[in-house]
Ligand binder design. Structure first.
Ligand SMILES: Cc1cc2nc3c(=O)[nH]c(=O)nc-3n(C[C@H](O)[C@H](O)[C@H](O)COP(=O)(O)O)c2cc1C
Length: 325
């Protein structure tokens, strides 16, 4: 039973302390644990080339990222894909996950298990569970999109999220040591990840059942529904797990989000949403390849217009790159 913890906060910071608490408990319960801090690795940003998505959806084969042999990402991902459980620990920066975590997870696209499944790549068929620790210097309102954004990154990795916690109001490194409840909660999270690994098929969400609006992923965000690629959508949708339904009042007059009968058709929690998205991308990108001549012609107007930029330090002007179509 292998658990990999990935930290996106400071070295010796609050997130590291919470993660160690979780890992100590997991180790007591028999897990082999590893922990890395993303700041220790060279992880290049996704170039946005989409060669992975093109390979997946247009050529129906498993891609390799163009940066695969240029940085440490592949080494980390081999451990990530080999683990039975992951714990990700991410601090709040401007209500959102710290940017280094997003750089790491943008690179997950070429490792997307549900896309690899569509092209028959058996290496990606492993069950994994996840636990999420988020921490910040303020209250939940100043961390409003952290947990939800991090949950998305595990759902797109086909990881069953069994627990998630938020530690608030600990800005300086080590300040979390004054918060015994948060430390205890992190221990519980470590235990819940182990339970999730041991009972993968049957395990349900083990965190606070009353957390958030969404009864499926426990996100605290909701969106007004929009039409989907191949269906009309739902009145209200969870922007994290894409389950849909509407708001209803419970017996105490409080609003709750109720998932409708077909509300899980696009769910990101069971692979159906990711599979649907694979075919959506296939069709949408197909229109690009069918219309390259039109795009090339219409692009000329934009190629000819060259607004001034800002010279880089040292005076060089950023290099222009060749256009694709
Ligand atoms: C650039 C930056 C932005 C921040 N923005 C927020 C914020 O929006 N909400 C919040 O609660 N804390 C915010 N903080 C505080 C950190 O989340 C807090 O210091 C946390 O303990 C850092 O975790 P670490 O010790 O694991 O690195 C911010 C810190 C930095 C450096």
């Amino acid at each position: 039973m292998k658990i990999l913890a990935v930290l996106a906060g400071r070295k010796n910071g609050n997130g590291e302390i919470l993660t160690k608490e979780a890992l100590m408990r997991a180790e007591e319960l028999g897990a082999q644990v590893k922990m890395i801090n993303l700041h220790d690795y060279n992880i290049m940003p996704c170039t946005g080339c989409e060669s992975c998505t093109v390979k997946f959806t247009q050529q129906h084969c498993a891609p390799e990222c163009v940066n695969m042999h240029k940085d440490d990402m592949e080494l980390i991902m081999q451990e990530w894909l080999d683990s039975d459980g992951v714990i990700v620990t991410v601090p709040a920066y401007s209500f959102m996950p710290a940017g280094i975590y997003r750089i790491f997870t943008d690179r997950h696209l070429s490792y997307e298990p549900n896309f690899h499944k569509q092209v028959g790549n058996a290496a990606y068929f492993k069950h994994r569970v996840g636990g999420i620790i988020t921490n910040g210097g303020s209250t939940r309102s100043w961390m409003s999109m952290v947990m939800e954004s991090v949950t998305v990154t595990l759902l797109t990795q086909d990881i069953k999220v069994v627990d998630q916690m938020m530690a608030n109001r600990a800005p300086r490194p080590g300040q979390i040591l004054l918060d015994d409840a948060a430390l205890q909660r992190a221990r519980q999270l470590g235990e819940n990840v182990v339970k999730g690994i041991q009972n993968y098929e049957t395990v349900e969400y083990l965190g606070d059942p009353n957390l958030g609006w969404c009864p499926v992923c426990h996100s605290n965000l909701l969106s007004l529904g929009q039409p989907h690629w191949n269906s009309s959508g739902y009145p209200i949708e969870c922007p994290v797990c894409h389950c849909g339904g509407d708001l209803e009042k419970d017996e105490n007059g409080r609003w709750k989000f109720v998932i409708q009968a077909n509300g899980r058709e696009k769910s990101m929690t069971d692979g159906s949403g990711a599979k649907d998205h694979f075919f959506e991308i296939g069709e949408t990108m197909g229109k690009y390849y069918a219309n390259q001549g039109v795009i090339r012609e219409r692009r000329k107007k934009y190629s000819a217009f060259r607004p001034a930029g800002i010279p880089r330090r040292g005076g060089q002007v950023p290099v222009e790159v060749a256009e694709e179509a």
